[in-house]
Design a protein around this ligand. Sequence first.
Ligand code: FES
Length: 87
Amino acid sequence: AFQVKIASTGEVFDVEPGMTITETLEMNGIYIPTSCEEGWCGTCMTPLLEGVADHRDTFLSDSERYEGKIIMPCCSRARSDALVLDL
Ligand code: FES
């Protein structure tokens, strides 16, 4: 598991294996708009303030991945222990 923190509120949630970030947040009443839920449409794009994403999408460009300031939370996960989302 890794943790996701909501920057605006300081809330922290554990994202368990088999659960996506968006599913985990939804269970806690935080709704990120989604559509494809497979990483190709771009609907769920979310600014990333801290942490290193494990990008599983096919939407972001190589330079966006390298810069590390955006994550597609419907499918991507974390390489670091925690991600801080600008929500
Ligand atoms: Fe389509 Fe996340 S919902 S990329």
